[in-house]
Design a binder for this molecule. Structure first.
Ligand code: ADP
Length: 403
């Protein structure tokens, strides 16, 4: 380039009469420009630069395409553990990852293993399984054709389910063991010290009956839960009227309401609320909610049940049934956990009321299967409101329009 420029300037001086000084200055400016160019882009006209020597031609379109289509976080490495390609999910879990840099800068994974599980604490607790496999590209035997594929699988949901299952078995066993221990204790007492004491025998037998009932109730709830879980993906297809169900359930619970000195008031804002649902399961939902209001909210002396369509004007889509009590209510920190199995605000009170801690878990599962929702609102000191939202059946919506 400089040689050509020198020849051009010489020709300009001799043929076109350019002055020697401007010609020399022009040539010097060109030399400086070439030097600056060299400093900014070293070796652009010569051998491959440093970065390219590390990964010559390995940003292969095919590799990029394969990796970007994989759903799990996936990274392609050179045998020296340099990052060649990665997909978006890999970038999400290792934000520091960069092409051409050692993977160890972004992720610490021992390289002598082929399948490993590891735990990440930041930004959230996560369990990963990493599979490391050699990836040989066709076309040539150079080191750039021998890559390493690193695929990650998120094990967190699986681990959570395993943990929940273990917790559930532990909780269920504990719940059953308590009444069982009490039964065994009373049996021993009746066989021994109280053998000839008719008055304590009657008292003990009454307690034993209560404990046996509690165990039966618990087993019943556990079985219902597992039955509903098995059917969770099968949507019910029989038409059921919620107005009839709620009135029936409330009537069935009127002895309990009388016993607790609570008045149940039902407001019907709809003549019928037809949904596609399993009648027995829906009865269970409202039995649990109204019974809870009578048990935990008895001090409010009143339970209001309201049945309505939503939206109230125009074509309705959903049925809303709310059960409101005026008892002590529930502190906000408990609200998100109420539908967990065995979660109770006050274990002692729940047991005293004959509760199993599974009622609201059952309600939630049944509603999930019916594509419905449970909403809980409460102001501590002034009561709680449990409302159920269920989609109306096609006939249920039409019935409203024709009225
Ligand atoms: P339980 O068998 O204990 O009644 P649930 O799942 O039905 O189990 O309810 C879980 C907990 O939610 C109860 O133990 C109670 O602490 C609380 N709870 C439910 N309904 C009410 C309510 N209407 N008012 C106050 N607390 C309630």
């Amino acid at each position: 380039m400089l040689l050509t420029a020198a020849l051009v300037f010489t020709a300009l001086v001799q043929v076109a009469g350019l002055g020697l000084v401007p010609a020399l200055l022009g040539f010097a400016a060109l030399v400086v420009a070439v030097l600056i160019w060299e400093a900014s882009f070293p070796g652009s006209g010569e051998a491959a630069p440093h970065a390219d020597r590390l990964m010559p031609a390995i940003v292969d379109r095919a590799v990029e395409a394969v990796v970007s289509d994989l759903p799990d976080p996936t990274i392609v490495l050179t045998p020296e553990s340099m990052v060649v390609a990665f997909n978006e999910s890999a970038q999400q879990i290792t934000p520091g990852i960069l092409r051409g840099e050692p993977i160890s800068f972004a992720l610490r994974v021992p390289n002598e293993m082929r399948r490993i599980e590891f735990f990440q604490r930041v930004p959230t607790d996560r369990w990963w399984e990493a599979t490391i496999a050699p990836l040989v590209l066709p076309g040539g035997a150079g080191p750039d054709r021998h890559l390493v594929l690193l695929a990650l699988r998120d094990l967190t949901p699986l681990r959570r389910v395993e943990e929940m299952r273990a917790d559930f078995v532990a909780n269920a066993s504990h719940e059953l063991r308590t009444p069982l221990a009490s039964l065994s204790g009373f049996i021993e007492t009746l066989q021994g010290p109280a053998r000839n004491d008719p008055s304590s025998r009657d008292r003990f037998l009454a307690i034993m009956k209560e404990q046996a009932t509690r165990m039966a109730r618990l087993i019943d709830d556990l079985l219902s839960l597992s039955r509903i879980e098995q059917k969770v993906h099968i949507h019910p297809d029989t038409t059921t009227d919620l107005v009839m169900i709620v009135h029936e359930v409330a009537a069935g619970l009127s002895p309990l309401a009388q016993e607790r000195d609570v008045e149940i008031k039902i407001t019907d804002r709809a003549r019928s609320l037809d949904v596609l649902g399993d009648r027995d399961e829906l009865i269970r939902v409202f039995e649990n909610l109204i019974e809870n209001a009578l048990k935990y909210g008895a001090s409010g002396k009143r339970v209001d049940i309201c049945l309505a369509r939503e939206p109230a004007t125009g074509e309705a889509r959903d049925a809303i049934v709310s059960v409101r009590d005026y008892g002590p209510g529930i502190a906000p920190e408990h609200l998100p956990r109420l539908t967990e199995r065995f979660y109770r605000v006050d274990i002692g009170e729940s047991r005293a009321q004959g509760g199993t801690g599974l009622g609201l878990a059952l309600v939630k599962h049944i509603l999930n299967r019916h594509r419905g929702r449970l909403m809980i609102e409460s102001t501590p000191g002034s009561g709680a409101n449990f409302s159920v939202r269920l989609p109306l059946s096609r006939a249920g919506r039409a019935a409203h329009i024709s009225k």
